[in-house]
Ligand binder design. Structure first.
Ligand SMILES: O=C[C@H](O)COP(=O)(O)O
Length: 271
């Protein structure tokens, strides 16, 4: 992450937990309560580092009730949304429903949506636009598989996904957008891309945004890394100039571990 001369972050770090298809609505509330208690005990400053969770759809109403009732500073979002607003789309969830549930964010194009559900770049671009239409900030996920990485074309591949995802956005929308770089070979495998790999891709994404929009926009868009992030590697990845946050899967299901990832700065201080 980039800091200014006074030690403040230029872009507010964003640490997000993607629960994927884990945690029913009862378990989800317990997990969020434990996370909030742990961060409260540690006197976490939410103004300095933003904390988000992405629970399954069925947990969202309970999460909203807990966040409102206990006045938590944690924000939350959906793991997907429909590109349509309403109608005969069985099983889909509209961005307007997410907005109504107080979702600040929504994941778009997670690699599990791209691969298991065959979501195309065109559909994902429509989903990004649907999120903005309903005033929910999209977190656009991009990243290459193992074969692409081994072929050495990972930057081109990922930037092509980025270009397709942001097509037609205004500069204001692009500045608000969050982009998560998740190399598929590092998701849930224990294979973490090195901080250098995260920086290489985040710098390339920022340069591409400057090309597509302008340098001011590129300087505002927050870029996350995701893939086997744990408390013991979070600080090193976050130290990279163009990495503004982390999208955490497995480790976000353990409140103590996730709280330690959120508190990556204290680990830097301890060395
Ligand atoms: O959305 C999160 C990513 O898929 C990373 O998952 P992971 O931390 O379990 O590797």
């Amino acid at each position: 992450m980039t800091t200014s001369a006074n030690g403040n972050f230029v872009r507010k770090p964003f640490i997000a937990g993607n629960w994927k298809m884990n945690m029913d609505h009862v378990q989800g509330i317990t997990l969020l309560q434990k996370l909030a208690w742990t961060l409260s005990d540690a006197k976490h400053d939410y103004n300095r580092v933003e904390v988000a969770v992405f629970p399954p759809f069925t947990d969202l109403r309970g999460v909203q009730t807990l966040v409102q009732g206990d006045e938590l500073d944690v924000v939350y979002g959906g793991q997907d949304l429909s590109q349509f607003d309403s109608g005969a789309y069985t099983g889909d969830i509209s961005g307007q429903f997410l907005n109504k549930l107080g979702c600040a964010y929504v994941l778009v194009g997670h690699s599990e949506r791209r691969t298991i559900h065959n979501e195309s770049d065109e559909v994902l671009n429509a989903k990004v636009k649907a999120a903005f239409r309903h005033e929910v900030t999209p977190v656009l996920c991009v990243g290459e598989g193992l074969e692409v990485r081994q072929a050495g074309t990972h930057v081109d591949h990922t930037l092509a996904q980025l270009r397709a995802g942001v097509e037609g956005l205004t500069a204001e929308q692009a500045a608000q957008l969050v982009v998560a770089y998740e190399p598929v070979w590092a998701i849930g495998t224990g294979e973490v891309a090195g901080p250098d790999d995260a920086q290489e891709m985040c710098a390339a994404i920022r340069a591409e945004l400057a090309e597509l929009f302008d340098a001011d926009v590129a300087g505002k868009t927050r870029l996350l890394y995701g893939g086997s992030v744990k408390a013991n590697n979070a600080a090193a990845i976050m130290a990279e100039t163009d990495v503004d946050g982390l999208l955490v899967g497995g480790a976000s299901l353990d409140p103590a571990e996730f709280a330690n990832i959120v508190r990556f700065e204290s680990h830097v201080a301890k060395g």
